[in-house]
Write a protein that binds this ligand. Structure first.
Ligand code: ZN
Ligand code: ZN
Length: 103
């Protein structure tokens, strides 16, 4: 309550709540190709920081920790919440098309 949500000025959507994606997921907004979508189940955010399969592999390799090296793979990008949902939708649609959630 009374917590101020940081906003970002999106060139497409105007002032929007902030969200964070890995650089690869950011790229899917251009390519429309699903590359996985991972987030922390511990997060209560509507738009939890999300990362792709490549980043997840890097994290697992680092023993499940966000080490400096793993974070370098992520290359976290600030994005607007609406763009974030679009990236998530690309992944959801691919999952649906695939039948199983193996992406
Ligand atoms: Zn990634
Ligand atoms: Zn946007």
């Amino acid at each position: 309550m009374g917590e101020s949500q940081a906003t970002v000025e999106c060139t497409t959507h105007g002032a929007q709540p902030e969200a964070f994606l890995c650089k690869h997921l950011m790229g899917t907004l251009d390519t429309g190709t699903a590359i996985g979508f991972h987030w922390s189940s511990a997060s209560t955010s509507e738009t939890p920081d999300a990362w792709c399969n490549t980043c997840e592999e890097a994290r697992v390799k680092a023993g499940g920790e966000w080490t400096e090296e793993a974070m370098e793979t992520v290359g976290v990008k600030l994005i607007c919440a609406t763009c974030y949902r679009r990236a998530k939708r690309i992944w959801l649609d691919a999952r649906t098309a695939d039948g199983l959630g193996a992406l």
